[in-house]
Write a protein that binds this ligand. Structure first.
Ligand code: C2E
Ligand code: MG
Ligand code: MG
Ligand code: MG
Length: 291
């Protein structure tokens, strides 16, 4: 019976599989041409200090400006870029761009802004990852404590010993380290104690559910308590409403990011947004010192 079922499944799925394979091949060849043509941009989403409304930093988020399809979300092409190895070059490009943009903002007087950059697992695992980021920073002549690298739990837990070594190297260079989507992976609390990181980013799935689901709220509270006990910062992701903001603020989450404050935007739009913020709320400006 199992065999028969298997055969039926096989026959049934063949046409869809082929269509999927074709889509994937097309996307992969488009991705290669897009990398050659440089059809990518970085958008930046503000991160806010909840208590004062001051701007603390910005997360760089990549977008692909596809010639036929318009803007494509990273959720659609980052996994493919990982599978094909293209992420390594693309990831370097993201770092170079983000560092350049930060240098520009600092020239404009945003003296304490932090820019966070997402790093993919494959990028992080490259033997020469440390050398690459070091080189990118030297070119830009920026202080590395202005750059926060976002890694995920799963990445760090795959090979803990070598991850710790790389993290130590990054911290020695001066980078800040955040764990992205915290709570969705399976990090061991024991290892967390030894990881030289600065920030836990509370995953947006918990923030989205926390007002309806006591369990999600309990997880949010536990992450904040854990971070405080370990001397780390917390950033809540995906804050969309005033009610969510209030709850996070009351629970002691210092930094927030989400549509409630601003969507990711190109640098030109950020400049306008920043001016509007400072005009409509006197006293709002960059923070004084990175935490
Ligand atoms: P992430 O790093 O967890 O980024 C947060 C995602 O949540 C972003 O999606 C952001 O636009 C979205 N977001 C922010 N605030 C809200 C909100 O209030 N509500 C909702 N519903 N969503 C919100 P985006 O830009 O589509 O990026 C998706 C993921 O793609 C990122 O998740 C990150 O894992 C990956 N990614 C983005 N840029 C890069 C990159 O340059 N390199 C690598 N390796 N991965 C990247
Ligand atoms: Mg991120
Ligand atoms: Mg995240
Ligand atoms: Mg994510």
């Amino acid at each position: 019976l199992a065999k028969e079922k298997g055969r039926n499944n096989y026959q049934f799925y063949t046409p869809t599989l082929n269509a999927k394979t074709l889509d994937r091949l097309k996307l992969e060849s488009d991705l290669r041409s897009a990398i050659d043509a440089g059809d990518f941009e970085l958008h930046y989403q503000p991160q806010i200090i909840g208590s004062s409304g001051q701007l603390w930093g910005l997360e760089a988020l990549i977008r692909w400006r596809h010639r036929e399809r318009g803007l494509i979300s990273p959720a659609e092409f980052i996994p493919l870029a990982e599978e094909t190895g293209l992420i390594v070059g693309l990831g370097d490009w993201v770092l170079v761009q983000a560092v350049k943009q930060l240098a520009e903002w600092r020239r404009q007087g945003h003296n304490h802004l932090v820019v966070s950059v997402n790093i993919s697992a494959l990028q992080f695992r490259q033997g020469d990852f440390l050398d690459r980021v070091k080189h990118i920073l030297q070119e830009a002549q920026l202080v590395p404590d202005a750059i926060e690298l976002e890694l995920t739990e799963t990445m760090l837990m795959q090979d803990v010993q070598s991850a710790i070594q790389t993290l130590k190297g990054l911290r020695e260079l001066g980078f800040r380290i955040a764990i992205d989507d915290f709570g969705t992976g399976f990090s061991s609390l024991n290892y967390l104690r030894h990881l030289p990181i600065n920030v836990l980013k509370i995953d947006q799935s918990f923030v989205r559910e926390m007002l309806q689901e006591p369990e999600s709220l309990a997880i949010v509270e536990s992450i904040i308590a854990l971070a405080q006990a370990l001397g780390k910062e917390t950033i809540a992701e995906g804050v969309e409403t005033r009610a969510e903001f209030d709850v996070l603020q009351a629970r002691g989450c210092r930094l927030m990011q989400g549509y409630f404050f601003a969507r990711p935007m190109p640098p030109v739009i950020f400049d306008q947004w920043y001016q509007q913020q400072t005009q409509s709320t006197p006293g709002v400006s960059d923070q004084c010192q990175p935490g």
